[in-house]
Design a protein around this ligand. Structure first.
Ligand code: PLP
Length: 436
């Protein structure tokens, strides 16, 4: 569908300039990349004036929709009043955003350090744990994604994302509780305990026995929305705390109502983390990362620290405005309801198309794992690529993920209407029919 908008951007020249001036590894989706010029709520518009329904939100980031008017207005007002100060001076937006975050964060998490990205927020969490415990070793999970710093790529455990390998030697990887591709044989009724035992074994065999922390995403996002079984995090928290380490969760993708009914993914497991990391949807697309910790952990930071842009008035205004809208609209409840609708539609597709091996996820964070054959479960990056392109033809944006790029990731904005979810499911079904 064309919107009738006169394009102001020349798509061909943008694509040519991309080739000439941008590092090729930061590659866009699609054989013919999309040049986007506008966004509003659930849709974006490309340079040719085509409108797309966005089921991926710029990688789970515009969580309350593109250019939410209240967020835009608050940013506009702030940027005209006071833009940059650095953390050497106090601003009201910074403390407002931190106070609001503390009001929804689980347990005793209260003190926030602001950064500009999820990667830096991960770095901050690990530094906090090392200073608090006086230890170094970190236990994390295979299939993790934790960003692009040296530590982030060392925690990340998918080789496509780590061409330089793991440079930080104190990071050790336990098995991912990836039930669709279970590392253990049947019966599968004690998998939470079995996977948690692997964490215990990694501590016993690959560390000094004195780890600083366990660090994991509550749902492994880039890994393909891998949801650990009930009981898993409860046991892991017991294990790491018994060994004297902290329990840290990365809510960069799963946070802020995305998983439905709760503000943060970890709350579904009923575990209170010691430190929590977030970014992406926290400021609805403004660059902001945050690490929140217990008072005593935050107080253990030794020496000075600064982030020139971290906690800047514009990004924290965006965060405060985003969280205000989320609280007023009760985003966790909306995510749960719309998530149920989305999941039912995806389950129907899985019954119809042989190559959809599994549907999984929580709330408005749902994935399709694509396989060549349901019995062999051979991953099918080919089908995922074909579905991504076919969905684009249907003017629907979705994402990919998984170790082999064979998982389709879906994450619509959390204020999306019932009609838009239904529309997106119809587009997705038409796209599935085109996949050979
Ligand atoms: C779970 C998780 N942690 C950390 C990061 C790193 O965030 P950023 O790209 O903002 O540095 C990401 C990014 O995708 C992520 O998905």
């Amino acid at each position: 569908m064309s919107t009738g908008i006169t394009p102001t951007t020349d798509a061909a020249s943008v694509k040519a300039a991309w080739k000439e001036f941008i590092v090729p590894a930061a590659a866009p989706y699609y054989k013919d990349p999309l040049v986007l010029v506008e966004g509003s709520g659930s849709t974006v518009i490309d340079a040719e004036g085509h409108e797309y329904l966005d089921f991926f939100c710029g990688i789970l980031t515009t969580g309350i929709g593109h250019c939410h008017p209240e967020v835009v207005e608050r940013i506009r007002e702030q940027v005209g009043r006071l833009g940059h100060t650095s953390t050497l001076y106090l601003t009201e937006p910074m403390v407002n955003a931190a106070r609001r975050l503390a009001s929804i964060a689980p347990g005793n998490l209260r003190k926030t350090f602001f950064t500009n990205s999820g990667s830096e927020a991960v770095e901050t969490a690990i530094a906090m744990a090392r200073m608090y415990t006086g230890r170094d070793e970190i236990i994390t999970l295979r299939y993790a994604y934790a960003g692009r710093t040296a530590l982030g790529t060392s925690i990340t455990a998918m080789s496509a994302w780590t061409p330089l390998g793991s440079s930080v030697s104190f990071v050790k990887h336990a098995l991912s509780p990836y039930c669709y591709r279970c590392a253990f044989g049947p019966p599968h009724d004690h998998c939470a305990e079995r996977y948690a035992k692997d964490v215990e074994e990694v501590i016993a065999t690959m560390t000094s026995g004195k780890p600083a922390a366990f660090f994991a995403e509550t749902i492994q996002g880039a890994g393909g929305y891998i949801v650990p079984p009930q009981g898993y995090f409860q046991r892991v928290a017991e294990i790491i705390r018994k060994a004297g380490g902290l329990f840290i969760v990365d809510e960069v993708q799963a946070g802020f109502g995305r998983t439905g009914s709760k503000w943060f993914g970890i709350e579904h497991w009923g575990v209170e983390p010691d430190i929590m990391v977030m970014a992406k949807t926290v400021a609805n697309g403004m660059p902001l990362g945050a690490t929140i910790a217990r008072d005593d952990i935050a107080a253990a930071w030794k020496g000075k620290t600064i982030s020139t842009f971290g906690g800047n008035a514009i990004a924290t205004t965006a965060m405060d405005a985003t969280l205000e809208v989320m609280q007023r609209e009760n985003v966790p409840a909306r995510s749960e309801e719309r998530g149920r609708q989305l999941r039912a539609g995806l389950d129907r597709l899985a019954q119809r198309f042989e190559w959809i091996g599994e549907v999984r996820g929580m709330g408005l964070m749902q994935a399709l794992e694509l396989v060549e054959d349901k019995k062999t479960k051979e991953p099918s990056p080919k089908k995922a690529g074909a579905l991504l392109e076919a969905a684009k033809e249907e003017r629907l944006l979705i994402g990919t993920g998984g170790l082999n790029g064979h998982v389709i990731r879906i994450a619509p904005q959390m204020l999306m209407t019932e009609a838009d979810i239904a529309d997106g499911l119809e587009r997705l079904e038409r796209a599935c029919k085109k996949v050979k």
